[in-house]
Structures are given as C-alpha cells and as structure tokens.
Design a protein around this ligand. Sequence first.
Ligand code: 9WO
Length: 259
Amino acid sequence: MRFDLITLFPDMFSAVRDQGVSGRAHARGIWALECWNPRDYTTDVHRTVDDRPYGGGPGMVMLAEPLTQAVEAARAARLQAGVDTRDARAPVVLLSPAGRTHDQARARRWAAGTGAILICGRYEGIDQRFIDCCVDEEVSLGDFVLSGGELGAMVLMDSVVRLLPGVLNDAESAAQDSFNPALDGLLDSPHYTRPEIWRGNAVPEPLLSGHHARIAAWRRAQSLMLTAARRPDLIERARASGTLDACDERILDQGPDRA
Ligand code: 9WO
C-alpha cells in the first residue's frame, strides 16, 4: 500500500505518517507515503501555483500544469517502485465535497488495493481542465468545506491503513468497531474502565457480573438501542440485510426505557 500526495503542505502529513496506529504501521513498512509539491514543478521565478479565476470572483485557482507534472512524477515513481504496473495503476483521487461520500465499505475496498495518488486542493479550487484530464474519481468525507484537501486525505488514509493486515494488535482489533460486520452494522456499545465508581457514577452492573453471556446480551441491547436512537437508518439497513433476529426485534420493541 502506497499513497502519493499532491500537496502544497507536505509537512501536514507527519500527523498520519509519524503518529499513532498509522505511524507505527508506516515505521514497520506496511504502507508508504510520498509527497509531491506542485511548487517544485513550476518554472517561473516566483514558483507560481495559482492565478485569478477567469470570469472573475473571489480567491485564486490552482494552475493545471504544476499539478499535472506533480502527478506525472508520482506516477513514474510508483511504476519505478513496482507498486503499479501499466495495466494496474492506482487511481488519481481528488478530495472534494463534490465526490462520492467515503464510508466503511469503501475503506474496506481501498484496503484491498495498492493505494492512490491523492490530490489536495487549496485556495478557491482547481482548474477544471486538470480534473477532467487527470482525476479518476472524487471522494468526499461529508457535506462540509475545508480549507484544503490535506485533512480529508489524512482521514481517508487513516480509515484504510488501520484495516491492513497486521496494523492493529489484538487489543486494538477492529473486530468490535462501529460499522464492523461482527456488529451487523450497528453502533458500538459504551465502554467503561476503572474506577468502579467515578464521581458517584457506577459502572453498569452487567459488566461487573463476570457472566459472559449476560455481558454480551447487555452490549447487544445497548448497541441496538443506541443505534435506534441516533441512527435509525442503520437499523433499517440491518433489517433489510437480515442481520437482526427475533431477540433483537424484541429489544427494539421495548424501547429506550429498558436501558
Ligand atoms: C470545493 C467545492 C465546494 C463545493 C462543491 C465542489 C467543490 N469542490 C471543491 C474543491 O475541490 N476544493 C478544493 C479542495 C480547493 C479548496 C479546498 N478543497 C476542499 C476539499 N475543501 N473541502 C474539501 C473536502 C474534501 C473532502 N470532504 C469534504 C471537504
């Protein structure tokens, strides 16, 4: 797995490259990250990467040529490294609110691939001719606007890298995560640790019982009720895919008061 970032702010990526779970996986060679700065592919003395928009309006627009040359350099380096071949080339992906929304199912599909060339836009936007010529797909993280694509690219990479084999240890295992198939697409149940009473608030009794079946049943009920309250759309999806049994339906019938 290798990600090539086209970015004016390569230093931002130390966050995902050097820290936490993704940083450890990077240090162990499970994935690689390379940055390509469009400014390094300019030819004028001011190293210009943007210009005023045709038709007027506020802000500046990223020039197509430095972006394209940065992508071509990344493409050549991926071929050289043997990550891509001429028949199997990783996609060029633009982080943009106009893209398809990223979700856990998409993260799983990405985790089966070899990475991507990620375009991080800045300013008011990017010359559309670059997008038309060089970008294979646009990906959104949700309905909001950022100051640049970098933070979106990092979110995307984190969601993919943590799914790669050997990245999470047993204690961190994704097996219990929200959206994991093991939870049938329900939200995760709440977590508690010591002390048993914190500022007058006790840990729910079933978790202290030591009865594994009771604990599992309590967690399942918590998951179902939390999901019904916060994300009824996920309950409908679970129903449609046939992953809720009669016992689950009884808990949902009882409503949130039975927590
Ligand atoms: C911004 C935009 C706004 C409305 C409709 C389409 C749009 N495309 C872009 C765009 O590509 N902007 C570039 C990247 C340049 C300005 C900063 N950029 C950006 C990406 N802002 N916000 C995102 C983003 C990326 C992923 N998910 C949410 C927001």
